[in-house]
Write a protein that binds this ligand. Structure first.
Ligand code: ADP
Ligand code: MG
Length: 313
């Protein structure tokens, strides 16, 4: 039976311009999980991972609005909170969807810690977008008030960026594998995992969930990696008049495009890297596509499919 790791984009769950009410989140997650249940119902073992950029930023912004005497919680704790928050949304939606389709599905949400290095260069060059979108003037004010680093998001407007160190090892990978092998749908490495250093000290950062998902997929020996986001796939010259969507691409070709600079850090860059690392290591396939078309992406009918061999010859 094949094992598939499916990564859900945090920005696709809480879209730019959305209010972010509980009702809205249930609706978005329900659409995605309906497709995941179809994939699982097709006879695949499934691990679901998810991002948390908008959600972890929401928590940090909420902490800042507390009265001054209340302590602000650290970034690693905020990441842990989003694992519970989104883990519950996803697990509950999967079981509800399965129940309505009379399919057996049992979920397990794993609070996951991921090892990173204190010497990672990202501490000097933050790239992970979190939280709300601000105008240039607002961004400048927030940078002065809180010392936040602000950068322009590819969707437009400015957002806070935080360090996003490379995931090196997933502490709970063995437990994830056990549960998956027993037939549970496991939700793990939420928000890229809670960052801890080599000495098991908490680290204030947000790991990229695509890189963490790729590492998890390789560690548990998954056959496929599917990355779902808020665009229909990988494009060359993204946002330019000569933009071109890729439907099927070899890992060598994709690496060439990566070197040419088509995929920026903090958004499409880590997805493409995650896919390259997975396909190179396993000779399996990776897909990057739209969260709203998960089943079609799984079937290779939508999104970008990354294959080990060149398709030119
Ligand atoms: P997620 O929450 O799904 O991880 P990201 O913001 O990290 O979302 O990545 C998806 C975004 O990447 C898209 O919304 C798009 O704006 C941006 N992007 C940048 N370059 C490209 C590209 N070459 N092809 C497709 N999308 C791109
Ligand atoms: Mg992302």
């Amino acid at each position: 039976m094949e094992t598939i790791v499916i990564a859900l984009g945090g920005n696709a769950i809480l879209r730019k311009g959305a209010k972010g009410t509980p009702e809205e989140q249930w609706e978005t997650v329900r659409q995605a999980t309906r497709e995941i249940v179809r994939i699982a119902g097709n006879g695949a073992r499934v691990v679901v991972t998810h991002g948390n950029g908008p959600q972890v930023g929401y928590l940090i912004e909420a902490f800042e609005s507390l009265p001054p005497e209340k302590p602000r919680q650290s970034l690693d704790l905020a990441v842990a909170m989003t694992q519970g928050w989104l883990g519950y949304l996803i697990a509950h939606s999967i079981e509800r969807e399965a129940r309505s389709l009379k399919i057996e599905a049992k979920t397990a949400v794993i609070a996951t810690r991921v090892m990173v290095s204190r010497r990672d260069p990202s501490f000097q060059n933050p790239s992970k977008y979190i939280g709300s979108y601000y105008t240039k003037e607002e961004a400048k004010r927030l940078a002065e008030k809180y010392g936040w680093v602000m950068k322009r998001d590819p969707r437009g407007m400015y957002r806070r960026v935080v360090p996003s160190p490379k995931p090196l090892m997933i502490h709970e990978a063995d437990r994830v594998k056990k549960l998956v092998d027993e037939g549970y749908i496991v939700i793990a490495v939420g928000g890229g995992g809670i960052p801890v250093d080599e000495d098991m000290n908490p680290v204030e950062a947000v790991i990229d969930k695509d890189l963490a998902s790729s590492l998890l997929a390789r560690t548990i020996g998954a056959d496929k990696l599917i990355i779902l986001t808020d665009v229909k796939g990988v494009a060359l010259n993204y946002g330019e008049p000569n933009m071109k969507w890729l439907s099927k691409v070899s890992v060598d070709e994709l690496e060439e495009y990566y070197r040419e600079g088509h995929f920026p850090p903090g958004s499409m860059g880590p997805k493409v890297l995650a896919a390259i690392e997975f396909v190179r290591a396993t000779r399996g396939t990776a897909s990057i596509g739209s969260l709203s078309e998960a089943y079609k992406v799984y079937k290779g009918e939508s999104g970008t499919l990354i294959v080990p061999q060149s398709i030119k010859n």
